[in-house]
Structures are given as structure tokens and as C-alpha cells.
Design a protein. Sequence first.
Length: 416
Amino acid sequence: MSLFQNLISSIKSGPLRSRYFRSKDFSNLPKDIDKAVESVMSKSGEVSSLVYAENLFSLIEDLSDKQFINFFDSLLEKYDIDSDALSKSSIEYTKNKTQENLEKITQSSEPQWVELFRRLNTISEGTYKLVKLRERIRSLEKNNPNLEFFDSALLNLFKHWFNPSFLVLKEIDWSTPASILEKIIAYEAVHEINSWTELRSRLEPEDRRCFSFFHPLIPNEPLIFVEVALTNSMPKNIDEVIKVDRSVMSEEDINTAVFYSISSCQDGLSGISFGNFLIKEVVYKLKRKNEALEKFVTLSPAPDFTKWLKEQSIDEDLDDDHLMKQAMAYLLYSNRKDEFPNDPVARFHLGNGASLERINLNADMSLKGIYQSKGMMVNYLYDPDSLEKNHELFFKTKKVQHSDKVGTLLKKLQNQ
């Protein structure tokens, strides 16, 4: 994989491009953005396409928000689907169903500006720049419906470009380059990392692990990462997992892997699910390294629980019994039109084939934990032998698979 990354880097390296930019043919690159688009779309040579695409991307990045919106409005108008060509190719295919005529329909049914994105992807760091471009589109599209076309088109392209088979799983530890460690701190979305000391406590000890997916074309940008605690039991609260001052678990005592934080890093890749592949790969990687691991669980937040209580007009000042009863209702039953679980984290883990193992009250008493979930956290169980069966059953029935202990507690609370 390192060889592959180096090969790509050399092909797209700055010195190589610089030689082309010094060529007389490229001494007067368009400064007008519309002419720059025309240049990219009209050039067929690989070298000329690369140079003009570099120039266009630079112009796009310098646009103000208003200019940015106007640019994409113009792009939609000038480089949309050629409806006459599509109609003609459809008629031809109806008359004569050949592979050639089918390909003509496929080509004419795609907006021309999709090809523009492909050409922009060829430049140095083009893939990453397009991810950031989609971030900007997403930040502006709420009041600009035309941007939704480009958001959707980029998402469809990214689903191919970021296929899980292309991704590289890397372990993040205290020896990882500081530039990437800084990003782990910045992108941590579940349990904030407030210092290098806190980060070190999550990465350096032998009973702590962190794994991340990278793309070969973006080798210094994590896409998603998961933090893992290796323990001898399933934890009931987050403090026992992330506190800096603690005893390190000896290897012979470890039998449980706890996934306690999963953070997506790139908003421009929103809509692409990496987490399910990440967790499954890490489960098998950990199991291969430590055969004594018997249980794989999460300690997960329930970020919409407090919001749900308010929507149900339920008094938030509840004792533990009543709070547990409402937590059961929130996690096991659905108020959604699609009948999937209320909680987004539950939908994620159950959709991956996990089951609800235990509900823990007073598990995250941080300000964020109390604000989002009244301090409640959940253990989901990843049983490698049941993942596929649970996954199919969940999407077929939309029912929450849960442990016998959860079922027993549910009956007890219903009878009170």
C-alpha cells in the first residue's frame, strides 16, 4: 500500500506539474472562471486537462459565497443534460436494442458537469479538494436548491471512489505522526480530548487501541476512527474508560474489547457509511491478535434521548426507575414513520448486526452527557457469529434485538 501511495504521489507531484506550467502552451491560463471551465471541458490531452483543471480549482476556491453559488447556477444551466441528445438516443435504442445504443443513453443521461468533477479529481490532492468542496456546498445548499444537484452528484461519485475495498485500516498510537494525532484531537466527536495528556492516555497504554480508515489518495487525513478499551468486563460508565489516572489492565486479564468512541472526520463524506466496515474489521483484527477476547461491546451515547423526552412532554425530573422505563421505551420502540429506532446510534449499531445488551443510567455525567441523554449510555454487543443474522433480521422486522437481561427488566418495569 505504501508503494501504491508513493506511485500516486509521484505521478501527481508538484515538480512534475511545474514543468508543464513552465511550458509556453500554458503561460496564459484563463482567469475568467467561465473560460476556465470551457478549457477543462474541451481539453482531451491528459497533461493539458490536468493543468487547466488545477487552474479552475484555484479559481473556484477563491470565490466568495455569493460568487460560488452563482458559479454553480451557471454550471447547471450550461452543462446540464442535453435533453435532445437523450431523447434521440432513447428513440434509437427503442428501435434497435444494441450495446452501443444503450451506452449512448447512459452517456447522454448524465449531466456534463459530472465529467467536470472527474477531471478536477485528477489534480494533485483533487480527491481531498472535492471532499472540501462538497463541505462548502452542504454549508450553503439550505437556501440554494440548485446546489443539491451537485451535492448528490458528488456523493454518488464518492461512493465509488471511497469504496471500502480501497480503504486502508491503520492503527493510531503514540508513535503516529503529530500531524495526524492533532487531527484525532480535533475530530473526536463523542468524548472530547482536552490535552495531549488525555490523548496519550487513550493511545499509549497496552490496554487501549485506536484504529482509523484512510484513503490512498488522502494518506494524511483520517476518514473515521474508533477508540477501543481492552478490559475484563463490560463497563457501566465512561469515566472508568477514559480517566487518565487508572491502572493498566494486564494482558492475561483481558477478555473484552469496548468500542467507546467512533468519530467521522470529513463532513464532505457525509452519507457514506464507513463505521460498519470499520468496526467489523477491527473486531476480526483484535480477535486475531488476542484469542482470549471473548466479548466485543460498545459503550455508546444516546444523543437524542433528552430531546425525545421533551417531544413526548415527559417530565425530565425523573427518578431512576422512571428514567429507566422511559429509556426502554426510547430504545426499544419507535416513534418514527419508518419504524426504525428513535436513537441514531442505536440505528447504526443494530443495523450493523449488534444487539442491545444493557442500558446504564448515570453513565456519562459530563455536561454534554446530561444535556443529550440525562447521563444514560448503552452497551451494544457485537457477536461475530450473529452479526449477519441480526443485520438481516433488523432490516426485515425493524425490531430491536436485545439480551435476556434487558427483556427481563422490561417485563419488570411494565408490571410496576
